[in-house]
Write a protein that binds this ligand. Structure first.
Ligand SMILES: O=C(O)C1=C[C@@H](OP(=O)(O)O)[C@@H](O)[C@H](O)C1
Ligand SMILES: C=C(OP(=O)(O)O)C(=O)O
Length: 462
């Protein structure tokens, strides 16, 4: 199965323009829409009553693949996510000479004696591919061109390219993002490097993942004014590396040191993706009723686990027990104020909840998501307001006045999580149509079917 639609088949709108507090024109909303009829979001007619399972974590899967590709022998990954982002990662690593066999019992990953290749690496729209693979290619012999979807060319990358050049890789001069060329060398010196990682934690994760294979390891210092976002994702990187015998020192704030050495091969079991699960959990809160997500881990490194507290704060009942995570909603929500810097991926789901909650929801700490799959702050503002919402961007987040909404087309900008926002609103607002539901294949190809099943089965029972 391929999750890699041709860029010119996507017909997705352009990214909305950068934040401009003086502008009242919703650049994102005025972008051209997909001409096709779109996907009618299913509406809940009674109460939700569903048990849902979601596939593996994108973040864990792509880290496990990179670690296995750099390890000292064969590894097995069980429960790995099969979606566009992880397909692109598997394809990229294969271009570097890694053998990945997909069996019913998981993926068997066999690294080559020496990473090597001469290839164009397609990053799609995947942050984890465009930021984790170049540090790996830096120790491969060969020349690589990195490119991706049109929207991927707008995603920030320059700090990582500068860092890789400082560490000894050959990076095309003047490159500030995709596309760029990289020449690797198995004896990459590595060593100390300064980086402004305020726009993405993924630069640091990428350097950490490959750093043990650099001659002098890597000693990264973040020098930006603002903090590095998404701390749980950094913690996940460090924990997974340590599980594979890599020494990572983190005693100093904003400094990460990886010692040179072997990355031990081993087996990894991937947890369900809690950020994708968050959309299903939020469904019960927004529409009322009960949704159980199976296999929700009692302890996890995933940032998406934060949704438990968020939904509780909105007024839902959230229980974690042997069944999994069960969310019970009464159909009304109370607005919250929340700093999502550590779990910025949740912003589109939280924005949907805020749009229909009683009161004004304020989300802070997420200015950097202007560089996610699309400018998420502009897109959420424009698309929710197109349905009659009252959303405005702030410098580092959103201010959302809960109100009654009406139907209309919800633009997804090729962003799976924007599609989740539209689907959530469509549970309670009649005639919401999502222009491009297929973009959910980035991390969950079954999303449209599983979402509709959740709603239609509940409607049938109530
Ligand atoms: O390392 C990862 O797996 C991720 C880190 C975060 O990126 P940013 O730090 O760029 O937000 C997160 O938003 C993204 O979905 C996945
Ligand atoms: C920001 C996200 O993805 P990426 O890994 O492409 O940065 C996301 O999945 O919400």
């Amino acid at each position: 199965m391929s999750y890699n639609p041709r860029a010119d088949d996507l017909s997705t709108p352009q990214s909305p323009s950068a934040f401009d507090p003086s502008s009242t024109a919703p650049a994102a909303g005025s972008a051209p829409r997909r001409a096709a009829a779109g996907w009618s979001a299913p509406r809940v007619t009674g109460r939700l009553h569903a048990v849902v399972s979601v596939p593996g974590s994108k973040s864990e899967t792509n880290r496990a693949l990179v670690i296995a590709a750099l390890a000292d022998g064969p590894s097995r990954i069980r429960g790995g996510l099969d979606a566009r982002d992880t397909q692109l990662m598997r394809d990229a690593l294969r271009e570097l000479g890694v053998d990945i066999t997909e069996t019913v019992d998981g993926w068997q990953v066999q690294p080559p004696e020496q990473l090597a290749g001469d290839a164009v690496i397609d990053c799609g729209l995947a942050g984890t591919v465009m930021r984790f693979v170049p540090p790996v290619a830096a120790v491969a012999s060969g020349q690589f061109r990195f490119d991706g979807d049109p929207a991927a060319r707008d995603r920030p990358l320059e700090p990582l390219l500068l860092a890789l050049a400082d560490l000894g890789a050959g990076v095309s001069e003047q490159a500030t993002g995709l596309p760029f060329d990289l020449t690797g060398r198995p004896d990459l010196p590595g060593g100390p490097v300064l980086i402004d990682a305020g726009s993405s934690s993924q630069y640091v994760s990428g350097l950490l993942l490959a750093g043990a294979r650099y001659q002098r390891g890597v000693d990264i210092r973040h020098i930006g004014e603002g903090p590095v976002p998404s701390q749980p994702h950094l913690d996940m990187t460090i924990a997974m590396l340590r599980e594979h015998g890599v020494r990572v020192d983190t005693a100093e704030e904003n400094r990460w040191v990886v010692w040179p050495g072997t990355i031990e091969a081993g087996n990894t079991v991937i947890e369900p993706d809690l950020t994708n699960a968050a959309a299903f959990a939020a469904a019960a809160a927004i529409a009322g009723g009960q949704v159980t997500i199976t296999d929700w881990p009692t302890e996890t490194r995933q940032a998406g686990d934060r949704i438990r507290q968020v939904l509780t704060d909105f007024g839902a009942l959230v229980e974690l027990d042997g069944r999994g995570l069960t969310v019970t909603g009464g159909g009304t929500l109370t607005a919250i104020e929340v700093d999502l810097r550590d779990a910025a991926e949740l912003t589109p789901v939280v924005a949907a909840l805020g749009a229909v909650a009683d009161g004004t929801t304020v989300i802070t700490g997420v200015g950097h998501i202007r560089g996610h799959e699309t400018d998420r702050l502009a897109a959420l503002e424009a698309e929710i307001n197109d349905l009659g919402g009252k959303v405005s961007q702030t410098e580092d987040g959103l201010r959302i006045e809960g109100t009654d909404l009406h139907g209309g087309t919800f633009g997804s900008y090729a962003d799976h999580r924007l599609a989740h926002t539209g689907a959530l609103l469509g549970l309670v607002v009649p005639e919401v149509v999502i222009d491009d539901i297929d973009c959910t294949s980035k991390t969950m190809p079954a999303f449209p079917v599983d979402w509709r099943t959740m709603v239609e089965e509940s409607n049938r029972l109530s």
